[in-house]
Ligand binder design. Structure first.
Ligand code: GDP
Length: 205
């Protein structure tokens, strides 16, 4: 598991502080409390790679994790990173901070040449929120691959979880979103292998 080699590199308050824009990276996005930190921890096999949010409205940063260089047949190893984007959604986050991150994330998505795809974390129990829609619409508009983890699947029955999954897949097909959707649970580890494979596939594109 290559993702197990993820190491904290830096935390940035603006995109200008990110590592040099070469190689390949996959960004993780999600509203606060969706389960993004838990998902990152499950994917990398670390207990505390990403901080789980016990403190709503804490200082938010873009957090970069370097991966070991990825081997490629007959080619130089590929420098690869995971980027944890700030999630917002808590009422307690001041409007000025929301506005800051709206701008930074927008600029990041538009300008980051090494960005290969987005992993969007949503709570399987809830409808998509504005933040999720914005990310998905952006991916559709720019043809950037989006992989959705419908997490906390352990909180629903099998039938409920399947219908939520099919519902979102249908929306993706109808809106021609270049992406994939899967069930996930950081608690039971459902979908962890599938998600790891997808992240690696995105990094290699
Ligand atoms: P973040 O704000 O998106 O990084 O969310 P966290 O990873 O901190 O998770 C928010 C809350 O949801 C925490 O109380 C987690 O323990 C819980 N949580 C996250 N993922 C799961 C999951 O797959 N199943 C269950 N049952 N709870 C989860």
């Amino acid at each position: 598991n290559v993702l197990n080699g993820a190491r904290f590199t830096l935390a940035a308050n603006e995109i200008t502080q990110l590592p040099f824009d070469s190689g390949a990276e996959v960004a993780f996005a999600g509203r606060s409390n969706a389960g993004k930190s838990s998902a990152l921890n499950a994917l990398t096999g670390h207990n505390a790679l990403a901080r789980t949010s016990k403190t709503p409205g804490r200082t938010q940063l873009m957090v970069v994790f370097d991966l070991p260089p990825l081997k490629r047949d007959g080619d130089e190893p590929l420098v690869a990173r995971l980027v944890d984007l700030p999630g917002y959604g808590y009422a307690k986050v001041p409007e000025s901070m929301r506005e800051h991150w709206r701008r930074e994330i927008d600029a990041y998505l538009k300008m980051r040449r090494s960005l290969r795809g987005i992993v969007l974390i949503v709570d399987i129990r809830h409808e998509l929120k504005d933040f999720d829609r914005t990310m998905i619409d952006f991916c559709a508009a720019t043809q950037l691959p989006c992989h959705v983890l419908m997490t906390k699947a352990d909180k629903l029955s099998r039938g409920q979880a399947s219908s939520a999954l099919e519902g979102l897949r249908k929306q993706f097909r109808e809106n021609k979103v270049p992406g994939t959707v899967q069930m996930f649970s950081s608690l039971t580890k459902t979908g962890v292998e599938e998600a790891r494979a997808r992240v690696l596939e995105l990094l290699h594109t």
